[in-house]
Design a protein around this ligand. Structure first.
Ligand code: ZN
Length: 240
C-alpha cells in the first residue's frame, strides 16, 4: 500500500492541494494532527481531508479548536489565531475534528501527533527524548509530527541515529524501531519554505520524504485579509 503521510497542515489548503498533487496516486492518506490553527482555511482543509477519506489523529491545535483547554498553553499569536479558528469552524468541521482519536494503530505502524508517551504535547527534539519514546512505541514504527521538522529517529544498538530528511531522502525500514516525522505541510520550520510530507510503501518498508513548493504569497494574502497575526504570515516565507 502506498500511503501519503501528512502532518501539521494548519489550515493551509493551498499547501495541502499542492502536496496532494505532488503525492500522485496513493492508496491512503494518513494525517498526524494539527489540521487547523495558524492558517486561513480551516473548513476547507477539513473538507478536503474528509472528501479524500483521510484518517489520522488529533493534534493540540485540533483539541483546542473544538473547545479544549489546550488553548491556555498557546503563545499570544497562536492563541489569537485559535480564537479566530474557533469562530470560523462550521458544525461539520467541528464534528470531524472532535472525532479524531489521540492514537491510531495500523499493522506495524502507530500514529500520534507529538510523541508516543505524550500524544498531544511532547516535542521529540533530541536523541534522549527519541530513545525514551522508541521504548514506549506499541508498534515497531511510529509516525509523529508536532515539531514541523522532517526527521527520522532510528534505534541503533541501545542508541539512536538521526536522519535529517531533505527532498527525496529515503530509508528502508528493518527490524529496528523507528520514529518518523514527515515535517509540516502548512508551516515548515526547518528553513525550507516548501511543504514537507512523506510517502510510505507499507509492503516494501520504503519511506521517502518529499518537498513541494506552493503559492506562499496567496496564503499570506488570505491570512492578512482574515486579520491573522503578522508573525504567522511572515514566517511562511522563510519556513521558520
Ligand atoms: Zn503544529
Amino acid at each position: 500500500m502506498r500511503v501519503a503521510v501528512l502532518s501539521d497542515i494548519h489550515s493551509n489548503l493551498i499547501a495541502l492541494d499542492a502536496v496532494l498533487a505532488a503525492a500522485g496516486e496513493v492508496d491512503a492518506i494518513w494525517h498526524l494532527g494539527d489540521i487547523v490553527g495558524y492558517g486561513p482555511d480551516p473548513n476547507g482543509v477539513v473538507a478536503r481531508l474528509a472528501e479524500r477519506g483521510a484518517t489520522g489523529v488529533r493534534g493540540n491545535h485540533d483539541a483546542a479548536a473544538v473547545g479544549g483547554p489546550e488553548i491556555e498553553w498557546f503563545n499570544p499569536d497562536a492563541r489569537r489565531a485559535m480564537e479566530w479558528t474557533r469562530r470560523q469552524l462550521d458544525d461539520a468541521s467541528r464534528s470531524w475534528l472532535g472525532d479524531l482519536p489521540e492514537r491510531r494503530r495500523d499493522g506495524d505502524l502507530e500514529l500520534v501527533h507529538g510523541s508516543p508517551r505524550h500524544p498531544l504535547w511532547e516535542y521529540v527534539t533530541s536523541g534522549d527524548i527519541a530513545l525514551a519514546n522508541l521504548a514506549e512505541l506499541e508498534a515497531p514504527t511510529g509516525l509523529h509530527g508536532h515539531t514541523h521538522v522532517p526527521v527520522g529517529w532510528i534505534a541503533n544498538d541501545g542508541g539512536v541515529d538521526l536522519v535529517r530528511a531533505s527532498d527525496r531522502s529515503s530509508i528502508t525500514l528493518d527490524s529496528r524501531r523507528a520514529l518518523l516525522n514527515p515535517g509540516s505541510v502548512g508551516q515548515p520550520r526547518d528553513g525550507d519554505a516548501r511543504s514537507s510530507f512523506l510517502i510510505l510503501d507499507t509492503e516494501l518498508g520504503e519511506v521517502t520524504w518529499r518537498r513541494t513548493a506552493y503559492d506562499v504569497e496567496g496564503v499570506q494574502r488570505a491570512m492578512r485579509s482574515a486579520g491573522l497575526p503578522g508573525a504567522l504570515v511572515s514566517r511562511l516565507s522563510s519556513g521558520t
